[in-house]
Design a protein around this ligand. Structure first.
Ligand SMILES: [Zn+2]
Ligand SMILES: [Zn+2]
Length: 632
């Protein structure tokens, strides 16, 4: 009885952190109150808001049409008949999307992305989902299905693939990006079982059958998934928008979505990112028109900053470039990755001569050049930021240049972006950014597109996904406004175990899903390592430790020297240094008693780790720690 085990192991330890205590849910679903609530055609919103955190159970007891159908007894006999859906990431956050779907002894995973740390975690370390639920159900895992190739959906695969060798299915560009990622030095993953699929393909995995449905998004080859299970169809929207005039691949397959809706969908989990925005997203094609206008006016060089993964945007830049007889050079380390993957699949239509190497730019006049660059979010190490601050090795921004920021600010990035924009203006560039012109469209459905999806899919149960809490909540409201009863809408947290059995749905427990922080020494690229060091230095300063060791005796000579800069106030430094010295001497004593060479033990990083823990404990800061050993 796997279901019961999970409940028992998950519940007690995590009860505190979860506001929606499952105990109350269980009671509610067994109790009689659904019928009284069911009677209300419009549950009032205030009520819902107030029950939100404390007793979500009140409005979710199963929605069973036959309240007499008490689940308690049947649960015992139908242990294998339970469908579970467990988000291990992506709930109440935008990032590290990963969902487990389980039925009996079979389990599949949808997406496996990275997230970025909360503000209180230093540096730009990344966060991956907690895989412990997978390891305790290892034998059940049949396959991984990917909705598209964005980092928040595929970025954690290197860690997953290290532990599990299961088939991974995704559309062509998605799999190409995964392949490149896994081939990177440092991941150590060999022979991953990758399977590129096409729109419309249906894949069997254990009891599941997964159909890939074409949708639109800000990367090519995005899919929604119709997951057929013995309990019914689970529809996973992936990240999507509806674009009737996309650049590549055709409009989202609304006809197929409608057919699946007509078959009857048990449960839908859907993208909530843009639920706050009313109306419809503009078509990606709109941006192309803006590019054409801007390119017609530009007299000097043109720089376009955008996300390297948005190949539609790249395509439209190439189209405008060729329209005006210019050449393109790509700037920024990450820029070629997705471009090359997409180009190898023939997704980018261009004359091969249009793309030139950045070393060739001197052969061309200013009005013949376009640069596509990273840095649309003001990232400190990006090509655009470096050019803006005259730190780029090859290119400087000069009067007459046009710089187009073809992106919108990810919330929280406004400050660095405007810092870069100010700097570009100072250098005499003509800067065009979103608030001035239609140079970006979103890849996530707005309200009216979400309504269309709900109307086509008509799920019995609904779980808003891919959003912060307010997005999920607003999406729940939207579904409810279209007739979904409150008790059939589940606002999950990461790790909540949604269970469906015998016509009843509930949150049956939870598992670890707090996210695992990976420090930059893992599989990050060099840029992010440098940036992390910079941020560490800026935020928490540096502590340098110098230790002289007698090469004959292996003992410390004199007192270790410590220097702290930008770390804590002078007045506190002395006390902290004394404690650090004590720690160093303890470390040396331990090495001596264990008959181990001190210098080697220090260079293993063990001393640095101990000092870091000590300093964090005393000061709540994590300065960069440099330990130098001089053997005399
Ligand atoms: Zn995406
Ligand atoms: Zn996403």
């Amino acid at each position: 009885m796997p279901s019961k085990q999970n409940n028992q192991s998950g519940q007690p330890t995590h009860n505190k952190s979860h506001p929606s205590a499952p105990a109350s849910v269980a009671k509610a679903s067994a109790g009689g109150n659904p019928s009284s609530r069911r009677g209300k055609s419009k549950p009032n919103a205030g009520n819902v808001a107030s029950t939100q955190s404390k007793q979500t159970g009140n409005r979710r007891p199963s929605g069973q049409r036959k309240p007499a159908n008490n689940p308690n007894k049947q649960q015992e006999s139908a242990g294998n008949g339970m469908l579970k859906l467990i988000p291990l990431g992506g709930m109440r956050e935008i990032g590290k999307n990963m969902t487990v779907i389980e039925y009996g002894n079979d389990m599949i995973v949808v997406d496996c992305g990275i997230g970025f740390p909360e503000e209180d975690m230093p540096g730009i370390d990344i966060v991956i989902p907690d895989f412990s639920y997978l390891s305790s159900n290892k034998h059940k895992l049949k396959a991984v299905f990917l909705t598209h190739g964005h980092e928040d959906h595929i970025g954690a695969l290197p860690w997953l693939c290290k532990e599990y060798n299961v088939p991974i299915y995704g559309n062509k560009l998605t799999i190409e990006l995964v392949r490149n990622k896994l081939n990177d030095r440092g991941t150590g993953v060999k022979n991953a079982d990758l399977h590129p699929i096409s729109d419309g393909d249906r894949i069997d995995a254990g009891v599941f059958n997964v159909e890939f449905i074409h949708t639109n998004h800000s990367i090519a080859d995005a899919n929604a998934l119709a997951i057929r299970t013995p309990a019914g169809i689970v529809f996973h929207s992936g990240d999507f928008k509806i674009d009737y005039t996309p650049i590549h691949g055709g409009p989202a397959d609304l006809a197929r979505i409608a057919q699946i809706g007509a078959e009857g969908v048990l449960l839908m989990i859907a993208d909530s990112t843009n639920v706050e925005r009313s109306g419809y997203t503009s078509s990606e094609r709109k941006v192309g028109e803006t590019f054409a206008d801007l390119f017609a006016k530009a007299e000097g060089r043109i720089f376009v900053a955008t996300f390297s993964s948005n190949i539609f945007r790249l395509q439209q830049i190439f189209t405008a470039v060729e329209m005006y007889g210019r050449k393109v050079a790509l700037l920024g380390r990450s820029m070629p990755n997705v471009f090359n993957a997409a180009n190898s699949l023939g997704y980018i239509k261009m004359d091969p001569d249009t793309l030139i190497d950045v070393n060739q730019i001197d052969k061309y006049d200013a009005d013949e050049l376009v640069f596509i660059t990273t840095g649309s979010q003001g990232e400190p190490m990006s090509a655009l930021t470096r050019m803006a601050f005259s730190e780029h090795r090859k290119i400087e921004i000069i009067p007459g240049d046009t710089v187009i920021l073809s992106s919108s600010a990810i919330p929280g990035n406004e400050k660095p972006i405007y810092r870069v924009i100010n700097e570009l203006f100072k250098r005499g560039a003509h800067v065009i950014y979103e608030s001035l012109s239609e140079i970006h469209v979103s890849g996530h459905a707005y309200k009216e597109e979400l309504k269309l999806l709900h109307q086509l899919v008509k799920p019995k149960y609904f779980i808003p996904g891919h959003g912060e809490y307010r997005h999920l909540y607003k999406h729940a409201e939207l579904a409810n406004s279209m007739g979904a009863p409150w008790e059939n809408i589940f606002l999950l947290n990461n790790g909540d175990i949604f269970e469906y059995q015998n016509g009843n749905a509930r949150i049956g427990g939870f598992t670890n899903a707090a996210g695992i922080l990976i420090d930059g020494s893992g599989m990050g690229d060099v840029d992010s390592l440098v940036l992390r060091d910079r941020l560490l230095l800026a935020d928490d300063g540096i502590v340098a430790v110098f230790i002289a060791i007698d090469s004959k005796t292996g003992e410390i000579i004199g007192q270790p020297d410590l220097q702290a800069k930008g770390f804590i106030y002078e007045s506190e430094v002395e006390k902290t240094i004394v404690e650090c010295r004590r720690k160093i001497n303890q470390f040396a004593a331990k090495a001596a008693s264990g008959n181990k060479p001190l210098a080697a033990m220090i260079s293993s990083g063990a001393l640095r780790d101990q000092l870091r823990d000590l300093l964090f404990e005393r000061t709540r800061r994590r300065p960069m720690i440099l330990v130098s050993v001089i053997e005399i």
